[in-house]
Design a protein around this ligand. Structure first.
Ligand code: F6R
Length: 641
């Protein structure tokens, strides 16, 4: 084990077998600050093992995974091969799984994945690589699976098994329902797994329905198992795997039976573990302002009581009496906390003119602020803060919207076809050829083929016009709407940063709203805020933006935790309807939503439910009951910029 090297030191570490004494955790886990550090530590453990086996003149049998989780481990192994001469000549690999059916030269096949991400960069012998073949005939597939299992056993069994985890709790492709004794076999993929894979296959229909996978028993026979999980998206399933009872419904819980398994996590993947989320339950907790707030909100939820009704006894009986040392009695502490939450509520998101702003979230001056709202995927700002935008306009602020991304992929061909047919029918005769070509392309669209430049342009324009419809419905003038047309999928260049800087320089905003959930599963929000931060920091250094406060909205379906909220803007029932009407402008998004997940409710419904839920949460804590609340976190300078 080499997890404790100084450069890759984890945040939290105990040896396998010596679990955190938490009553809750049943699988050894190590939390790193980020996935880079974690991957380096894992690659180091693998390379140490390979070298040890070399000394012993033995083969090293590795069980390997595909997907996004192990990529950095593979990159690190390649570096160790190139820079430190790590040889893979004594290594035999068995991959966990493969889609079925799939051709091995298909770009989505795991054959292709492994070749590109590892094998072609190292000196492994070709005959030592084993990956289940997705092109095996249907008749022969069961026999093939048995042979694969035999081969693993005959090789002496896996020394080190690398795993990822799916949101269903699958390891390999052992989906919910998999039996403890299962061996290599063909399996039907869960709907959520197929949804998660759909972005690499372009759409859901393209994702194979089956896969060949090593079984749970096959995996548990490995001498050492390391499971990797990164990102907020994995936090819930990690909690279940580590803390809940063993169940076939969460196959990763079977790993609780293995004596030498470690889960290697980054901070966000560990964020739902009791030890991290509710540390006061585990034992002595080092209180800070945020934890204090979280613990009191937790207590209210647990006892179903509003803050002002909590008693000394409630604090004592529920193990957080140490909090009372701060204010001596529940009465004082409750009032302090109640006031803090009360002060986040404002109907004046741009600041209330002619009144003291000591306890208000935003400054009173200047009375008429220049406000910038940054949005990605065109619709996110309206979904997330349509009601607040309405208030800002109504209260006389000069509101600008900057759309960062040119997102055309989420317009379906059927939707696009309608527009193209209209153009064709009204355009002068000599333009018909172009539209006819577009119609032919849309009607003969082949999956996995990229749209032509013309179709991409039409789809982008549809999204642009919908956005303009939504913003002008809320009263933002056309000249205040800016389209940067970037692609958040690519690496953002200094040219794009300059473009954003240029616009911000012209506007000289005093208030900026940006999407900022760093834990967002698909990384767009993180990319968006990172990109903005570069531009904003440069402008601040050049003294080109002064006294500008940045507010973060959460564009995902999750909302900020109540303890994180710095500003809560109430929406009246009429404003909820107005926001809904603004969202209706995004007609092309009504059916297909990229990354929709398993929740099939329409986006406007989910946005309303989110705002209503937040209002309910506030009300349950004893604060005023509102129809809905849009909430924001302030990006403080020390946090980031
Ligand atoms: C892939 C595999 C799967 C993935 C899991 C997580 O070989 O066995 O269990 O590890 O679906 O995928 P990522 O890492 O893409 O989140």
């Amino acid at each position: 084990m080499s997890f404790l090297t100084t450069e890759n030191s984890p945040i939290s570490f105990t040896k396998p077998g010596a679990l955190e004494e938490t009553r809750f955790e049943k699988i050894h886990n190590i939390i790193f600050n980020n996935s880079e550090m974690a991957s380096k530590a894992v690659a180091r453990e693998i390379s140490d093992l390979i070298r040890l086996k070399q000394k012993e003149k033995k083969n090293c049998i590795l069980g390997l995974a595909t997907g996004s989780s192990p990529i950095k481990v593979y990159e690190e192994l390649i570096l160790l091969h190139k820079n430190e001469g790590l040889s893979f000549k004594n290594v035999i690999t068995f991959n966990l799984d493969e889609y079925y059916p799939i051709e091995i030269d298909d770009k989505q096949s795991y054959y292709h994945f492994m070749e590109e991400n590892l094998f072609k960069h190292i000196d492994i012998k070709h005959e030592n690589i084993f990956i289940p073949r997705g092109d095996t005939s249907q008749n022969g597939v069961n026999e093939y699976c048995n042979k694969y299992e035999d081969l693993i056993n005959k090789s002496g069994g896996v020394d080190f098994q690398l795993l990822g985890i799916g949101r269903t709790g699958h390891i390999g492709f052992n989906e919910p329902g998999s039996h403890l004794n299962s061996q290599t076999r063909i399996i039907t993929l869960d709907h959520i797994t197929r949804l998660d894979a759909s972005s690499s296959f372009q759409n859901l229909e393209q994702v194979p329905r089956n896969a060949i996978t090593m079984g749970i028993d096959t995996i548990l026979k490995a001498k050492r198992i390391v499971l990797l999980a990164w990102g907020r998206n994995k936090a819930e399933v990690i909690k279940k795997a580590v803390e809940s009872k063993i169940s076939s419904q969460i196959p990763a819980t079977y790993l609780q039976l293995h004596h030498n398994t470690t889960f290697v996590l980054d901070k966000t993947a560990s964020s739902e573990l009791v030890r991290i989320r509710e540390p006061w339950i585990i034992g002595n907790c080092k209180w800070n302002e945020i934890l204090k707030k979280e613990a009191i909100i937790w207590l209210c939820k647990k006892l179903q009581k509003p803050i002002l009704k909590l008693t000394d006894k409630d604090y004592n009986v529920n193990g957080i009496s140490s909090l009372l040392n701060y204010k001596c009695s529940a009465y004082n502490l409750n009032i302090e906390m109640f006031n803090q939450l009360q002060n986040t509520i404002t109907g004046w998101p741009g600041g209330k003119p002619n009144s003291s702003d000591l306890r208000r979230p935003e400054r009173a001056l200047p009375v008429r602020k220049k406000v910038v709202i940054l949005s990605f995927q065109y619709d996110r700002a309206i979904f997330s803060m349509g009601g607040t935008i309405d208030r800002l306009i109504e209260q006389g602020h000069d509101v600008h919207v900057i759309y960062l991304e040119s997102d055309n992929s989420s317009v379906t061909n059927d939707e696009c076809l309608k527009y193209v047919e209209v153009f064709r029918d009204i355009l002068p005769k000599n333009s018909e050829g172009v539209m006819d070509a577009a119609i032919t392309e849309l009607n003969n669209f082949k999956q996995l083929e990229a749209d032509s430049a013309l179709i991409q342009r039409i789809k982008r324009l549809i999204r642009e016009k919908e956005s303009l419809g939504a913003t002008s419905y809320l009263g933002i003038s056309r000249k205040n709407v800016h389209f940067l047309n970037m692609s958040l999928c690519d690496d953002l260049k200094s040219k794009e940063v300059d473009l954003l800087k240029e616009i911000l320089k012209k506007i000289e905003p005093q208030q900026i709203f940006a999407a900022g959930d760093f834990k967002d599963p698909h990384g767009f929000e993180k990319k968006c805020i990172d990109f903005f931060k570069i531009a904003f920091k440069e402008l601040q250094t050049e003294m080109l933006v002064k006294d500008c406060w940045v507010w973060l909205y959460n564009a995902s379906l999750r909302e900020w935790n109540t303890s994180e909220i710095d500003m809560a803007v109430p929406l009246s029932p009429d404003q909820v309807i107005k926001k809904r009407n603004a969202i209706f402008n995004y007609l092309s998004q009504r059916e297909e939503i990229l990354f929709q997940g398993e929740d099939t409710r329409k986006f406007w419904i989910r946005s309303e439910i989110k705002n209503r839920k937040t209002a309910k949460k506030y009300h349950k804590l004893g604060l005023t009951e509102y129809e809905a609340l849009e909430v924001f976190k302030r990006l403080k300078e020390e946090q980031s910029i």
